[in-house]
Design a protein around this ligand. Structure first.
Ligand SMILES: [Zn+2]
Length: 68
C-alpha cells in the first residue's frame, strides 16, 4: 500500500532510513508484563513535493493486539 502525503496528496518516498546517535525505537509495553514489550525499527516516508515526513514501521502486528 502506497503512502500518500496528508498535506498535498503526493505519493511519498518510502523506506527511508531514520538515523539517530541514540538509536530510535518504538516500543509498547504489554499489559503490566515487561517481557511482552514489542520493539520495532522506525522507517520514514518523505513527500518529494512538500517535504512532509511520516514515521512508520513494518513490524506493527504486536502493536495492534490490544488497544488499551
Ligand atoms: Zn506533500
Amino acid at each position: 500500500m502506497k503512502k500518500i502525503c496528508n498535506q498535498c496528496q503526493s505519493e511519498m518516498i518510502e523506506d527511508c532510513k531514520v538515523e539517530s546517535f541514540g538509536g530510535v525505537t518504538i516500543s509498547k509495553k504489554g499489559k503490566g508484563v515487561i517481557f511482552n514489550t514489542e520493539y520495532a525499527t522506525v522507517k520514514a516516508a518523505v513527500c518529494p513535493s512538500c517535504g512532509c515526513i511520516v514515521l512508520y514501521t513494518d513490524k506493527y502486528v504486536g502493536f495492534t493486539k490490544s488497544l488499551s
